[in-house]
Ligand binder design. Structure first.
Ligand code: 5GP
Length: 199
């Protein structure tokens, strides 16, 4: 079945199950690709170039900025991070969909970029942004503490960040609350199916 190529921008505070939901979508929908960001930071642990990130030198990254190659980029702790336009354009031109996992500041830049595109641009035609909400701050705290990976002060910082991110939820076209993974995933699939004309 021929479906409409979507440009899906997904944001969520950490601990909302965003990575799990994205992994489930990518497993089920072979026509959805995941946008791999560029960064100037060094690879950590098992990270692979072209899989986790496109690792670039600072010089190369700055060249790409000059070439206007990024849909958005940001400097975080002295390192650049950015999303290239070309892979998104290529995926959509092939009739497939692209999913971009990005924080609310990055999503706001992408939204503004897309808003200024001509109405005939495939990125604008297929654009959809979705915010994943945690069930409640109490539950988010329970999940972050349950992971057992973060120190208490890191958890407090993540919770404060989550509140900050959630204050932008209304800027998104759709919101999905992840109180139950199976239900949240079903809602996400229903959205993707309806928007891509898979129904
Ligand atoms: P990390 O170095 O831990 O992989 O990521 C650090 C931060 O960079 C995270 O907050 C992550 O969301 C952000 N980040 C990763 N890729 C991009 C991107 O393409 N654009 C922007 N603006 N931020 C990104």
């Amino acid at each position: 079945m021929k479906t409409k190529p979507l440009f899906i921008v997904l944001s969520a505070p950490s601990g909302c199950g965003k990575s799990t939901l994205i992994d489930m979508l990518l497993q089920e929908y072979s026509d959805i690709c995941y946008s791999i960001s560029c960064t100037t930071r060094d690879p950590r642990g098992e990270e692979e170039d072209g899989l986790d990130y496109h690792f670039k030198t600072k010089e190369r990254f700055e060249e790409l900025i000059k070439e206007d190659a990024f849909i958005e980029y940001a400097k975080v702790h002295d390192n650049y991070y950015g999303t290239l336009k070309a892979p998104i354009q290529e995926v959509l031109a092939e009739g497939n969909s692209m999913i971009l996992d990005i924080d609310v500041q990055g999503a706001a830049k992408v939204r503004e970029y897309v808003r200024n595109l001509p109405n005939t641009d495939p990125m604008k035609i297929g654009y959809v942004d979705i915010f994943i909400n945690p069930p409640s701050m109490e539950e988010l705290r329970r999940r972050l503490e349950g992971r057992g990976t973060d120190a208490p002060e890191v958890i407090e910082k993540r919770l404060a960040n989550a509140e900050g991110e959630m204050s932008h939820a209304a800027e998104y076209m759709y919101q999905v609350t992840n109180d139950d993974l199976a239900i949240a995933y079903k809602r996400l699939c229903d959205l993707v199916d309806a928007l891509s004309g898979r129904m």
